[in-house]
Design a protein. Structure first.
Lengths: 107, 116
């Protein structure tokens, strides 16, 4: 079993839909990261959180430390949100990555 | 200021040759990480540096892989006697501190290595 599990693996949505991507982990962590990787390959850090909730524009990330679970929400999705979303946890001094969720948003 | 840069952006090499991949971190970032992403796979940790020291080399796939960092800045990942299974995108990231301290990592654009 992977230490970081994401679901779903693939997600298709219509523009405007509310999207949720889930991440569960089985190890102790100091922080959880949500990353975005566009088709060109570049990786951008969206959020880093240790507790509670963070919001940036249409993106919201939450974490429940007791349940070892985090969610990434996208409100009013747009085709430009199409990308791979990666959950990563900081365990000791390195990141352990989930396998990613491929999101496609159609107009 | 400039972000993390990596060179070359693409490298095609013949099996058995040695390759060097370079990473220039953001100025002042003491932590530097190397990751690998094989086609269709997730990101895989290779090695990290705190300053010029590499406390954890556990992610290096074999003794053909080595890395160094000089002056607390530029890092080089060297792969000797490349094999086809080494084909992947090699990503570098830098941060003001180590992941355990909950610091954001900034990723470079990667080097796509193809071993023929």
């Amino acid at each position: 079993k992977n230490e970081v599990e994401q679901s779903p693996q693939n997600l298709t949505a219509q523009e405007g839909e509310f999207i949720t991507i889930n991440c569960s982990y089985s190890v102790g962590i100091s922080a959880l990261h949500w990353l975005q990787q566009h088709p060109g390959g570049g990786i951008v850090s969206l959020f880093m959180l240790s507790s509670g909730k963070k919001k940036h524009g249409r993106l919201i990330a939450t974490i429940n430390i007791q349940e070892k679970h985090s969610s990434l929400h996208i409100t009013a999705s747009h085709p430009r949100d199409s990308a791979v979303y990666i959950c990563a946890v900081a365990n000791t001094d390195k990141l352990i990555f989930g396998t990613g969720t491929r999101l496609q948003v159609f107009p | 200021g400039a972000g993390v840069s990596q060179s070359p952006s693409n490298k095609v090499t013949e099996k058995g040759k040695d390759v060097e991949l370079r990473c220039d971190p953001i100025s002042g970032h003491t932590a530097l990480y190397w990751y690998r992403q094989s086609l269709g796979q997730g990101l895989e940790f290779l090695i990290y540096f705190q300053g010029n020291s590499a406390p954890d080399k556990s992610g290096l796939p074999s003794d053909r892989f080595s890395a160094e960092r000089t002056g607390g800045s530029v890092s080089t990942l060297t792969i000797q006697r490349t094999q086809q299974e080494d084909s992947a995108v090699y990503l570098c990231a830098s941060s003001v501190g180590l992941a355990g301290g909950a610091y954001e990592q900034y990723f470079g654009p990667g080097t796509r290595l193809t071993v023929t």
